[in-house]
Ligand binder design. Structure first.
Ligand code: GFB
Length: 313
């Protein structure tokens, strides 16, 4: 992939796609193909095939997805399965038909079995039952990454998959019904500070552990993998460190400057107890994340306060 390569970023307005677009532009890539959701519906097979046939991208990053936190995953299981499965089917098959040079598909750490040993090695895929709160999303993502393997094996396509851990950063979703925990807590603590509330309610027990990767680090990793990784097996992308939801809440509370208390709502689900990625395969290639959790939360909080008036919450 060089600066003149024709690169299509599917989902360039989302958390991942927007960070990738910024990184590619900063590195001088100038032949970028982008389509708004209203212009191209990636769940429609014909429209997707027509688009890939007419644009003929050389490189494709599949960042488009229906994503959300634990509550959204449980509320919309059909949507999380259907939209993600259709995007994978349509884009991967069209990329094969139109001889795309290389494609990168994105999964998620929730593809691993709920009870798998930690840290999660790539080999643990399909070795046990999935966590129920995100099974539909995980099944669609597993299908996508397996598709990349099958198209490589049958047709020799250079289609690879990256498995990122929980992501966060500027442009995240701060809607409390659909967001992931980190943006949800930034918003809850900020609103509680402004409203001088006594407490902030945290879902679940606070005991689950999660690993968080700042979105700019992920964007760097995706470009690195597009340039350096050609194996059939997917590869984990994380920091190698995790934290309990309780400690995460304390960190965000301090960064935001909220003085009140935490209260746990154990009626809400905890989800999977832990999902820490094993990242030795990525490290061996020479890639490391650069941004600490504390710095990443500070930058995300700053983005949130500067953009809050524009967000549809
Ligand atoms: O980030 P999150 O929604 O999703 O929740 P998962 C992580 C943990 O934070 C859970 C707790 O134990 C939640 O109960 N939590 C505490 C909260 N307070 C809150 C809150 O205010 N909002 C939210 N959202 N959580 C998702 C999957 O799982 O992770 C997706 O459902 C995807 O499919 C994504 O894989 C990366 O980490 O549990």
């Amino acid at each position: 992939m060089d600066q003149n390569s024709k690169i299509y970023i599917a989902g360039h307005n989302g958390l991942v796609g927007s960070a990738l677009l910024t990184s590619l532009k900063e590195k001088g890539y100038r032949n970028l193909i982008l389509r708004e959701e209203g212009e191209l519906d990636l769940t429609r097979q014909e429209a997707t095939e027509r688009f890939i046939r007419s644009c003929k991208p050389e490189y494709v990053f599949i960042c488009a997805a229906r994503v959300g936190g634990i509550h959204a995953n449980r509320t919309y299981p059909a949507d999380f399965y259907y939209i993600n499965a259709m995007i994978a089917n349509n884009l991967i098959h069209s990329a094969y038909q139109n001889k795309v040079t290389k494609l990168l598909f994105l999964g998620s750490s929730c593809i691993y079995p709920r009870e798998a040993p930690q840290p999660l090695k790539e080999d643990y895929l399909l070795s046990g039952k999935l966590e129920s709160t995100n099974e539909p999303y995980a099944i669609a993502k597993i299908a996508g990454l397996k598709m990349c393997e099958y198209y490589k094996s049958q047709y020799g396509c250079n289609f690879i998959s990256a498995m990122p851990t929980n992501l966060y950063g500027p442009n995240d979703n701060f809607n409390l019904n659909t967001s992931h925990v980190l943006p949800a807590l930034i918003r809850k603590f900020h609103d509680a500070k402004i409203n001088k509330a006594e407490k902030v309610v945290i879902w679940g027990t606070g005991k689950p552990r999660r690993e968080f990767l700042y979105i700019e680090d992920l964007a760097e990793a995706l470009i690195f993998l597009m340039q350096n990784y050609n194996e059939t097996e997917f590869i984990n992308v994380g920091t190698g460190e995790d934290i309990t939801i309780h400690d995460l809440a304390l960190m965000i509370k301090e960064i935001v400057g909220f003085q009140g208390n935490l209260e746990y709502d154990s009626v809400q689900p905890d989800g999977t107890p832990r999902k820490l990625l094993e990242i030795s395969r990525l490290r061996a290639l020479g890639w490391e994340p650069k941004i600490s959790l504390r710095d990443g939360i500070r930058m995300t909080y700053q983005w949130f306060t500067s953009n809050r008036h524009k967000l549809r919450l």
